[in-house]
Design a protein around this ligand. Structure first.
Ligand code: DGL
Length: 274
């Protein structure tokens, strides 16, 4: 991992996702690293990534990272499992700053939690097909069995704000029944949109199954990396600023975005990337 420059504690942390899902990571960032300045980019115009080709996802991820790198960030958080599952090597090669993903921290948390040695992973089609979670979990705990399922309808449901209706309940049941039959005791939400469906998912899988949401493990990992590099923002009493950039400003954006973020969105700007 490349090291950061000297004296850049006050530089922002860059975070991107294909849409609003990465705001679930920003929410934990604000809670646990309140002095950090954050720049978020949501590539709403090109969402969803989860059904696109590997080459296309890598290209979009590089453009998003480039936009953030130009803002002078000290670390890049790939708050999109789909992007992380295929583009990490390319991003680490192209950007000389710490690149933090959501997959390794969530895999490590899941491997530490399972007692039955049976972990379920759900994600977009691209994430599941990449096998990134299988590899990450097996590297940490070779004896653990991983059962995966792609849940392509979850992202549109969440972006539409339909997380508490019967339609969410039916979709959860349809996708998760095969995993529940495998007697998993840990379920990884391998997509940053899915925490918005956590209530319905927990209700369906039951209390015996522990749910791992990548947001908190990712923030803890980032905190360790910044600490090791002497790049954590110094607590000066003032909360860090949050700037949100998106590639499109659709209907319902503020209402749904604020649900993800758990707070008001004060500054949102549209940028077109090429
Ligand atoms: N939020 C993205 C992820 O974590 C998925 C959304 C998409 O398909 O673009 O995988």
């Amino acid at each position: 991992m490349a090291s950061v420059q000297q004296n850049i504690e006050s530089h922002p942390i860059g975070v991107f996702d294909s849409g609003l899902g990465g705001l679930t990571v920003v929410r934990e960032l604000r809670r646990h690293l309140p002095h950090e300045t954050i720049i978020y980019f949501g590539d709403i115009a090109r969402l969803p990534y989860g059904i696109k080709s590997k080459q296309q996802i890598i290209e979009f991820s590089k453009q998003n990272s480039d936009f953030l790198a130009k803002q002078g960030i000290k670390a890049l958080v790939v708050a999109c499992n789909t992007s992380a599952s295929v583009s990490l090597p390319a991003l680490r090669k192209s950007f000389k700053l710490p690149v933090i993903d959501v997959i390794f921290p969530a895999a490590r948390r899941a491997a530490g939690l399972t007692q039955a040695g049976r972990i379920g992973v759900i994600g977009t089609t691209a994430t599941i097909q990449s096998g990134a979670y299988d590899r990450a979990i097996r590297r940490l705990a070779p004896k653990v069995k991983v059962f995966s399922a792609a849940c392509p309808l979850f992202v549109p449901l969440v972006e539409e704000g339909w997380t508490r209706d019967g339609i969410a309940e039916d979709t959860v049941k349809k996708y998760l029944s095969p995993l529940v039959r495998q007697n998993i005791d840990v379920l990884v939400l391998g997509c940053t949109h899915y925490p918005m469906l956590k209530g319905k998912i927990q209700q369906f899988v039951g209390p015996r199954v522990k749910i791992v949401d990548s947001a908190l493990p990712t923030v803890n990992f980032l905190k360790d990396v910044l600490h090791c590099q002497g790049a954590l923002a110094s607590p000066n009493g003032k909360p860090g600023a949050l700037s949100i950039f998106v590639s499109d400003f659709p209907r319902n954006f503020i209402r749904i975005g604020e649900r993800f973020l758990g707070q008001k969105m004060n500054s949102v700007e549209v940028v077109r990337l090429k």
